[in-house]
Ligand binder design. Sequence first.
Ligand code: MLT
Ligand code: MN
Length: 309
Amino acid sequence: MYIVVLGAAAGGGFPQWNTNSANCQRSRAGDPAARPQTQSSIAVSADGARWCLFNASPDLRQQIAENRQLHPRTGKRHSPIAAVVLTNGDVDHVAGLLNLRESQPLALYASGRVLRTLADNSIFNVLNPDFVARREFALDRPFAVTTRDGADIGLSVEAFAVPGKVALYLEDPGAGENFGTRAGDTVGLRIAERNSDTCFYYIPGCAAMTPALADRLRGAALVLFDGTLWTDDEMVAGGVGVKTGQRMGHISMSGPDGTMAAFAGLDVARRMFIHINNTNPVIVDDSPERAEVAAAGWEVARDGMEIEL
Ligand code: MLT
Ligand code: MN
């Protein structure tokens, strides 16, 4: 199974258009330790020919241009992108669907709630319904990823609910402290090669480690996990926002309740942070925090990274 990190950064990317922090300034200045990163997404293939995107970031056009695996190969009209699977309805995960307009066969998998959000926003009709099959997945039920026309591309996906928050633009302020979030609004994914034990987990958004999630991940070969923030209040402390990580539905990397502590003892062979916010000091290669995650056995995803499982 082949995995390409299309985008390693959280919503807004790195540098973010309206952020003037020291790290964003370094990135804009071309500092090699602060390389730009696009918004989070991965592409996965069992055969190296047909690819499934996991989330469609607003940077998808650039990501396709920069990754040869996703270039057209045959005929006048072609794309190796056969399918897209969405983990939630966040802007950084769905806006890129608009890049996949035109009459190109595609299968689009998401939860019922996310599919309804897309259906409610008629701009997504640029994904011509005659060519794009929208398919609802159920939680905790592995499904084979197939092309629009039903051809098996060799991948099996299972979606499971993780703690999180409904997309920002769908928040219901009158619905109490969870803003109308329902179980399954944010999912983690187990992505497997069909008829094989080769699998990994993709969890770009997660608010907490639960005992059930820990049980699921124990002993995994590879987990790509929510790396949005280093500390819960870093956006507030950095003067670039008023929200904590918990308010946004993200666990932090550090601290006793953080991700690194939560993974200690889970025996996950390869642990990689993805969906890294531009405020997170780990996003630059030479920060002490970056050294700390490396010492704890964590890798940090980077645009263009290729992994073979
Ligand atoms: C998130 O990951 O929390 C969202 O992408 C935030 C947003 O919509 O900007
Ligand atoms: Mn996001």
